[in-house]
Design a protein around this ligand. Structure first.
Ligand code: FAD
Ligand code: NAP
Length: 337
């Protein structure tokens, strides 16, 4: 059944920003979306699609319809040596990860504990610890907002890039993802050479890690480094790591020998945005009700009662200071409304 009512979005976004949605429609089955489309509800001028709200910064009330994806269900099938796991869009991403880890299906363990739903995972091609969604992506099903038609997207059609996909580009605002399928293996090819994974494995005296070990280690590192949104509002990394021409990265390296950068392919380098922000003196800084996290300057936080506008203004000040010091333009990763 479709239920529509004005609602505060405070508990539906991990920044904990208190804005109102004129209408909120909780979707627990794909048929409800089709019904909403037939009734013209999806024509709302400010239609906003919400999963777990872990990548949104709300700066104003939503005068229109918010669709909240809460459809659940996980199924699997075997295709030769591979396992295809299909989850409804409203399943929590980490629940799907734990489903795979517990069954011994390798591929998503490095992506443990990323907040949000699986339906949102393709939007920015979520990534962590050297793995991106695209590495385990099989296909997805989505409904066209304009026609109500269900369409299957292959990996190629999703046009995945670094924290990018076709759904942030040419098809922005045109589809609602209803389910996502992942392709996993039972023979593990583990990725441990990224971030602090190896260091933590060593601390635990683990020489031959299992899928479960990696998942636990990644979860542990994340809990120790990142603020828990249930106590301190945040949306993870607020900015993307800038990818610049390798020549520019080299020039920066000469001026700032400690700069953190990694090859990004095609003559480009990725700079660690957290380092750039930290060097501008922002790490752990408190500005009114907002600030940056003490253990990772890339994460902007709501220390309590912050408005979206305050957080946005802080992000602008950070962008300006990084531009002035390094000549590098930071781009917001978080979705703004
Ligand atoms: P939302 O925030 O609700 O929405 C995000 C975007 O997806 C919006 O544009 C929304 O309209 C769209 N959307 C949501 N669901 C659908 C759907 N079914 N169909 C169509 N569009 C949809 N991200 C990473 O990549 N790597 C990380 O390691 C990571 N760590 C994080 C750590 C913390 C503590 C936090 C708070 C966030 C982190 N994030 C990370 C960001 C965030 O978790 C991801 O972007 C996640 O995929 C967002 O999922 P969500 O369901 O909360 O989406
Ligand atoms: P970190 O390990 O301190 O590393 C800092 C940055 O350097 C990361 O952004 C990462 O880029 C990059 N990096 C580290 N090792 C690398 C390697 N071997 N090769 C290439 N790039 C490397 O980062 P962190 O803040 O603790 O985060 C750990 C992981 O979780 C990262 O992958 C990060 O993206 C992910 N994460 C993402 C969010 C989000 O909201 N998007 C929030 C928290 C954590 P990449 O970011 O490109 O991986």
């Amino acid at each position: 059944m479709i239920s529509i009512s004005p609602t505060s979005l405070k508990s539906f976004n991990t920044f904990g920003i208190d804005v109102q949605a004129e209408q909120l429609l909780n979707i627990t089955a794909v048929q409800q979306l089709q019904e909403a489309q037939q009734n013209g509800l999806l024509n709302s001028p400010n239609l906003l699609v919400l999963g777990g709200g872990s990548n949104w910064l709300f700066t104003k009330d939503v005068s229109g319809l918010v669709i909240r994806m809460a459809n659940k269900g996980i199924v699997e099938r075997k295709e030769e040596e591979q396992i295809i796991v299909t989850a409804q869009a409203g399943e929590r991403w980490n629940d799907v990860v734990q489903y795979c880890v517990n069954k011994g299906y390798a591929g998503v363990e490095n992506l443990s504990l990323i907040p949000g739903t699986i339906g949102a995972a393709p939007i920015q091609n979520i990534g962590a610890y050297g793995i991106e969604l695209k590495d385990v992506f099989h296909s997805l099903q989505a409904i066209a907002i304009a026609t109500g038609e269900l369409r299957i997207f292959s990996k190629e059609e999703c046009e995945f890039g670094y924290r990018e996909s076709v759904f942030k580009g040419s098809l922005k605002g045109q589809y609602i993802i209803t389910e996502v399928s992942l392709v996993l293996n039972t023979t593990a090819q583990l990725h441990t050479h990224y971030g602090a994974i190896e260091e933590e494995l060593k601390k635990r005296n683990i020489e031959k890690p299992t899928i479960k070990d990696i998942s636990e280690v990644v979860s542990h590192i994340r809990v120790s480094k990142l603020p828990d949104p249930s106590t301190i509002g945040n949306a993870g990394s607020f900015f993307k790591n800038p990818v610049v021409d390798a020549v520019i990265a080299q020039e920066l390296k000469q001026r700032f020998p400690d700069i953190v950068s990694y090859p990004a392919g095609q003559g480009r380098d990725k700079l660690a945005a957290g380092w750039l922000i930290e060097q501008c003196g922002w790490k752990g800084k408190i500005v009114g009700n907002t600030g940056t996290w003490k253990n990772q300057a890339l994460v902007l936080v709501n220390h309590g009662g912050a408005t979206g506008k305050e957080v946005f203004e802080l992000s602008t000040a950070i962008i300006d200071s990084v531009k002035e010091r390094f000549g590098v333009s930071l781009e917001r990763e978080v979705n703004l409304f």
